[in-house]
Design a protein around this ligand. Structure first.
Ligand SMILES: NC(=O)C1=CN([C@@H]2O[C@H](COP(=O)(O)OP(=O)(O)OC[C@H]3O[C@@H](n4cnc5c(N)ncnc54)[C@H](OP(=O)(O)O)[C@@H]3O)[C@@H](O)[C@H]2O)C=CC1
Ligand SMILES: Cc1cn([C@H]2C[C@H](O)[C@@H](COP(=O)(O)OP(=O)(O)O[C@H]3O[C@@H](C)C(=O)[C@@H](O)[C@H]3O)O2)c(=O)[nH]c1=O
Ligand SMILES: [Mg+2]
Length: 312
């Protein structure tokens, strides 16, 4: 049997970049960023822009992949409040179009969701079947994307994750390392809870799941929504504090100006988009269904810091 073809969208984002690596052993990876590419056999143009729904359909039809992995999204949470139509196109309509295109050729669709679909009430970690109630446009458009996929096609995995950091692209961790050298004071909210999750972990788990569903003809029973986040929980303040301790130990003479990160309530850090207080994700379903154990969030943050040869 020839190697299955896998279509990766959003190949240059944090998660997409790690998927370019993690998916290689599974088959022939066709990795597209926003600017697209060329068909591996015919050389005809392929569309990677999630705003071009017709182009996406043509691309999937031309490739007939065994699976589509969609790592592209509109992820600028505050900016989404004033770019609603664009966020909806990319986060909701495009995933729906991809699900229809996947249905037309029988492909699996792997897609990523967010803790921001929840309103953040209470302290219990959210389970997959808890009622979503997004507080902001990003969360609402991401929820609409999940719903469009569920309505269109059964063979999907929606992996809800959170607080993603990677070696590519801007994220909270790289922002903290920069600000701690630029500023005298750093104040960070200590009433929003979640688990920082590495893009590398997300990509590796994705590859495990995909390997499993591609080799199992009855795998449609495994389809559905799963929470995928590192174990444990902290606040953005706890995360920043741990990260800066690690960075300071690694680079003692990097010109750190901030001594300690000061905890503040969300009310003292106003942002255009409201964010959930409790974003904890219960990952029991992933563990029970696929037998995968997710490491503590600190492990990935330590690796992230140790992985840099110079400060980002
Ligand atoms: N980052 C996080 O904290 C979290 C992310 N997620 C989800 O995980 C998935 C991966 O996120 P992550 O890798 O962190 O996000 P990034 O923002 O790092 O990557 C998203 C990628 O999507 C691309 N993109 C944006 N618009 C388009 C478009 N119109 N066409 C094609 N590509 C486009 C971006 O390209 P460009 O850089 O050119 O804009 C970027 O490469 C997303 O579904 C996201 O919603 C879930 C929870 C938390
Ligand atoms: C930079 C900064 C942020 N904060 C706060 C603002 C916010 O409440 C929190 C995190 O800030 P960010 O804007 O980096 O995080 P944000 O962009 O909201 O991160 C989210 O991105 C989307 C894509 C997701 O899906 C979520 O899971 C989550 O990762 O920290 C401070 O308190 N002090 C600071 O100096
Ligand atoms: Mg952000």
């Amino acid at each position: 049997m020839s190697a299955p073809r896998l279509l990766l969208l959003g190949a240059h984002g944090q998660v997409g970049w790690e998927l370019q690596r993690a998916l290689q052993p599974l088959g022939e990876v066709v990795a597209l960023g926003r600017t697209g590419g060329a068909h591996p056999e015919s050389g005809t143009p392929l569309v990677g822009d999630l705003q071009d729904l017709e182009g996406l359909r043509r691309t999937v039809a031309a490739l007939k992949p065994a699976a589509i992995v969609n790592a592209a999204a509109y992820t600028a949470v505050d900016q989404a409040e004033r770019e609603v139509a664009r966020a909806r196109r990319i986060n909701a309509e495009a995933p729906g179009a991809l699900a229809e295109a996947a249905a037309a050729c029988g492909a699996w669709l792997i897609h990523y969701g967010t803790d921001y679909v929840f309103d953040g009430a209470g302290e219990r970690p959210w389970r997959e079947d808890d009622a979503p109630a997004p507080l902001n446009v990003y969360g609402a458009t991401k929820l609409a994307g999940e719903e469009a996929i569920r309505a269109a096609w059964g063979r999907h995995l929606i992996l809800r994750t959170q607080w993603v950091y990677g070696v590519r692209g801007g994220n909270f961790a790289s922002t903290m390392l920069r600000l701690a050298r630029e500023r005298e004071r750093l104040t960070v909210v200590d009433d929003q809870w979640g688990a920082p999750t590495g893009a590398d972990l997300i990509a590796d788990v994705t590859a495990h799941l995909l390997a499993r569903v591609l080799r199992d003809p009855d795998a449609v029973r495994l389809a559905g929504t799963y929470h995928l986040a590192a174990a444990g929980a902290t606040t953005w303040h706890g995360y920043a504090t741990f990260l800066l301790e690690q960075a300071r130990a690694r680079w003692p003479d990097a010109g750190w100006r901030v001594q300690t990160v000061e905890p503040i309530p969300s009310s003292a850090y106003p942002t255009p988009a409201a964010r959930p207080r409790n974003g904890r994700l219960d990952t029991a379903r992933l563990r029970a269904t696929f037998g995968l154990n997710l490491p503590d969030w600190r492990l990935g943050v330590v690796r992230w810091v140790q992985g840099w040869t110079a400060l980002p």
